[in-house]
Design a protein around this ligand. Structure first.
Ligand code: FES
Ligand code: FES
Length: 910
């Protein structure tokens, strides 16, 4: 131990600690300064950035013993001094914080930049923030916020009464994200909480035998308990889809993937670091692992689950018309095969949470996208009634689908329940990457037929998706892809078949788009080849074949309104024509090794569950102090659900946003608003919010004896209603109130009108589809194989933009993830389990983005709105891949298009 004199946020402190301890740990654990976040503990993500003297540094890489006499400033210090007030205001106004886990580090880095350069250029901002990763925003709004900050940015005015929908309202949950006080999964555990650590398989497939666990506990100082499969009181299985729930909390004798949990160690705080984890008594016998779908489908392959022949989890099918006939007639035929790999979600917040047992009640605070699903799963595992368990979602530092599945929940819950003490668990970055779900790797074969005049005649799609060792969302991917594989185009004949295949890879689950980003790469890639074979302009070919109102989709569904795809394509036409001219000029006049290209791709995506019930319930009440209380169970994972629901509530009720307070999400308090996935919250929970607000409005008008068009004006302790020149006042303190102080309450449920699909995949799987198209302008260095993005133009039919700033933020964030999918990301189990070797786009990788919002006013959406979360990333990668083909004249079919792949493809084209 060593005592170090440090000035932290202006106060001189003596810190006594092991000199090798990380500054980030001292700040967070000893001083409670949890605004400094930890995303990797390895110097890769920048989330822990603080100022050391005047320089931004990664606090996780600074040993405390080196800091004697130095000054450290964290986000809390910058906030308290007021130095970042303008920056914070600018971040709020620009929508530069989404989940907020990276935001403190962005602000700290920006503050350091602005100290030495009060008017930085975009390039200077990119240089200064290059070491801080953000997985949500696409960085563009961060750059805009910082370059605008020197001139105090105008505060976004409050939405005019009755006009909250469509207003660029700032996030209602924004402030804590900007001052470092937001509580994420790793931030809120009691100081005396025990610490859990999971023993995981180091092998892709292995049998194992546990040794003398009691002796290990007895001989390990600070070790409180070890738990294994025999300690599970209920069902040692979980899975997001009950029919295919197959993943053990702890493997029982065989681990099926590298990173699978086999045991849990629980120790006193501070003791884990000194435990000899190598001495944990377990003997491994590695077995032959099946890592590819080809191997897994082989008749001689080991069966990963005995009840799933040929290692097939499930199959999906959508078909109509005579595909084989169309592919054999006098049409123009093209075909090709594509593949993509595992993609890691790479949210900056690793999985984290804690649990506390209070007599027979278990409180689980966790970073999750699906609190009610979590509760049901934990009840099964612990053999408890669901009501005995309360899920309290913390702020979520990015989810993108993976935090729909259980991660730390069963472990902290089991240990806290059994030991009667608070228990916390935070995954390390390598653990997070090994143990949690990924995007499905895909292998896709596509054939397309078009008439010589350019009309699509048929598509035949076959996709094999590697769903890894456990089912997770594999059935959802296998069922969603066949519906979407053709894109938003008209096909007289159509057949799309999918197979989800088990391997000994990590479980593949939900990740922004549920397989549609993969299939769109193949479909849109082959569209360019077909357009070229037909001698047609690539945009024109899409326009000619675009789905329109009144035409059937491949499942036979017909929309009479709300199909804005052609409008998206039309809006891109001037950009397409300009970009083509600019690319041709650059190629004619620039150095021959630089090749400019332009790519375009369309998309569609059905909002919500596929052909399944999908309800959300919302409750709204008027409190006796005059405030409207919105019980909001939809988890805001950065996309802005808290703000969007508040805007919808305000207009549907007829009050100002400022009168609304939110409660939740909390499974004991807020009704089930379903999971935050499949771009469903704005649409489904938004509708439930509008219905509940309308119902409450009717009750309040009734209470005041006012007409339906009266104006409601809640004030302190009273409800004032202006009704055709009359002012009616109700003293709320005189009314009976419930436990929350509510004097009037309304609750409403909305479930999208869908129908099940028949054996040919025919039916109405979604009530609402969102549409979009992206245009990618890029430059390929054919000598290095690198791809420099020049600009992305993104057109999306969002139905109605409830909050245009939030919509743009989703689009830009989706584009960044699409860039990663196209150009750099592939998770290789055992090889790149960190954010150094697994690279995601940095601030310098996302080019200018031009957003075009199309409002088709969907008849099912609240105020016409559709979802945008998944939609935004789907067309980016195919547009980029098509741009590369345009530049170098050859299609890259195996992603990602890393420099070696691009260079090899270019050489093949010569
Ligand atoms: Fe320090 Fe990632 S936590 S760089
Ligand atoms: Fe940057 Fe979420 S807002 S990681």
């Amino acid at each position: 131990m060593m005592t170090t004199q440090i000035t932290i946020n202006g106060s001189s402190l003596e810190v006594t600690a092991n000199p090798a301890r990380r500054l980030s740990d001292v700040l967070r654990d000893d001083l409670g300064l949890t605004g400094t976040k930890v995303g990797c503990d390895a110097g890769d993500c920048g989330a822990c950035t603080v100022l050391l003297d005047d320089e931004p540094v990664n606090a996780c890489m600074v040993p405390i013993g080196r800091l004697n006499g130095h000054t450290v400033t964290t986000i809390e210090g910058l906030d308290a001094s007021g130095e970042v007030q303008t920056l914070q205001q600018s971040f709020l106004a620009h929508g530069a914080a989404q989940c907020g886990i990276c935001t403190p580090a962005m602000l700290v880095s920006a503050a350091a930049l602005l100290r030495r350069n009060t008017e930085p250029t975009e390039a200077e901002v990119q240089d200064a923030l290059g070491g801080v990763l953000c997985r949500c925003t696409g960085y563009r709004k961060i750059v805009a916020a910082i370059t605008a900050a020197p001139v105090p940015f105008p505060v976004i005015p409050a939405a005019p009464s009755g006009k909250a929908v469509g207003h660029r309202a700032t996030r209602v949950d924004g402030l804590p994200k900007l001052n470092g006080r937001d509580i994420f999964g790793a931030d809120g555990a009691p100081a005396d909480a025990l610490v859990a650590s999971i023993v995981r398989s180091p092998h892709h497939r292995a049998q194992f035998e546990l040794g003398d666990l009691e002796a290990y506990v007895d001989n390990s100082s600070g070790l409180v308990a070890v738990f294994t499969a025999v300690d599970i009181p209920g069902n040692n299985r979980f899975g997001v889809i009950p029919a295919t729930a197959d993943q053990p909390v702890f493997a029982e004798s065989e681990a099926r993937f590298r990173g699978e949990a086999v045991a849990m160690i629980v120790a006193e705080p501070g003791a884990i670091a000194s435990l000899d984890l190598e001495a944990f008594p377990i003997t491994w016998e590695p077995l032959n692992a099946v890592m590819s779908t080809e191997e897994a489908l082989d008749a001689d392959a080991p069966r990963i689950h005995l009840d799933r022949p040929h290692n097939v989890l499930t199959r999906g099918l959508v078909q109509r018309g005579d595909v084989d006939g169309s592919l054999n007639e006098t049409n123009v035929i093209v075909e090709g095969e594509w593949s993509t790999g595992f993609i890691e979600h790479a949210y900056i917040e690793p999985e984290a949470g804690h649990a506390v047992r209070v007599t027979d009640h278990l409180e689980v605070s966790v970073s999750t996208q699906s609190p009610h699903l979590d509760r049901r799963a934990l009840a099964e595992i612990l053999d408890l009634e669901p009501e005995a368990i309360q899920i309290l979602p913390t702020s979520v530092g990015g989810g993108f689908g993976s935090k729909l599945d259980l991660s730390v929940q069963p472990y902290v819950a089991l240990a806290a329940w059994k030991l009667g003490r608070p228990v916390r668990l935070t995954y390390s970055r390598p653990e997070s990457m090994r143990a949690t779900t990924k995007r499905h790797p895909s292998q896709m074969k596509v054939r397309l037929a078009a008439s010589p005049s350019g009309k699509l005649e048929a598509m035949d799609f076959e996709g094999t998706f590697n769903t890894g060792a456990y089912a997770s969302w594999g059935p959802t991917v296998a069922n969603r892809v066949p519906i979407h594989a053709g894109g938003p185009y008209i096909y007289p004949s159509y057949r799309a078949r999918t197979t989800a295949v088990h391997t000994n890879g990590p479980p593949a689950g939900a990740f922004r788009g549920f397989g549609v980003p993969q299939s769109t790469i193949a479909q849109e890639g082959l569209f360019d080849e077909l357009a070229d074979a037909l001698g047609m302009d690539r945009l024109e070919f899409r326009m000619v074949n675009a789905l329109t109102e009144g035409q059937p989709t491949p499942t036979g569904q017909v929309f009479q309104t709300g199909v804005g795809f052609r409008d998206c394509l039309s809006s891109l036409r001037p950009h397409w024509e300009r970009a083509r001219v600019e690319a041709a000029e650059a190629n004619a006049n620039g150095p021959p090794f630089l090749k400019r290209g332009v790519g375009i791709a369309g998309m569609w995506y059905g909002c919500g569950n596929t052909a399944l019930p999908n309800p959300s319930t919302v409750r709204i009440g008027l409190r006796n102090d005059g405030r409207v209380v919105l019980f909001q169970g939809a988890v805001d994972i950065g996309q802005g659900a808290d703000t969007v629901m508040t805007q919808i509530c305000a207009d549907s009720l007829g009050v100002d946003m400022a009168m609304i307070v939110r409660i939740g999400p909390d499974t004991d308090t807020t009704p089930d608003a379903g999971k935050t996935s499949a771009s469903r919250q704005t649409y489904v929970t938004g509708n439930a919010t509008a219905l509940a607000a309308a119902s409450l409005r009717a009750k309040l008008l009734d209470l005041a004896g006012a007409a339906a068009d009266a104006h409601i004006d809640p004030g302190a302790d009273r409800l004032v209603v202006h009704d055709r020149g009359n002012k009616r006042t109700v003293d709320l303190r005189t009314l009976p109130a419930d436990d929350f102080g509510l004097v009037a309450v309304a609750e409403a449920t909305y479930d999208p009108p869908t129908t099940p699909l028949n054996e040919n995949g025919q039916g109405d799987p979604y009530a609402v589809f969102g549409f979009g198209a992206h245009l990618a302008e890029l430059c390929v260095d054919t000598e290095l194989g690198t791809v420099r993005l020049v600009r992305i133009t993104a057109a999306h039919d969002v139905g109605r933009a409830i909050n245009p700033t939030l919509v743009e933020g989703q689009i830009e964030g989706g584009i960044a993830q699409g860039i990663g999918l196209a150009l750099m990301e592939e998770y290789l189990p055992g090889r790149n389990e960190n954010l150094h070797d697994y690279t995601i786009p940095t601030i310098g990788d996302v080019p200018e983005v031009i957003n075009i919002l199309i409002e088709s006013n969907d008849p099912h959406g609240p105020y016409g709105a559709k979802g945008i979360g998944e939609h935004s990333m789907i067309p980016t990668a195919p547009a980029i891949m098509n741009g590369i083909r345009d530049a170098i004249g050859v299609t890259i079919r195996d992603l990602p298009a890393t420099p070696d792949t691009v260079r090899a493809a270019f050489l093949r084209s010569l």
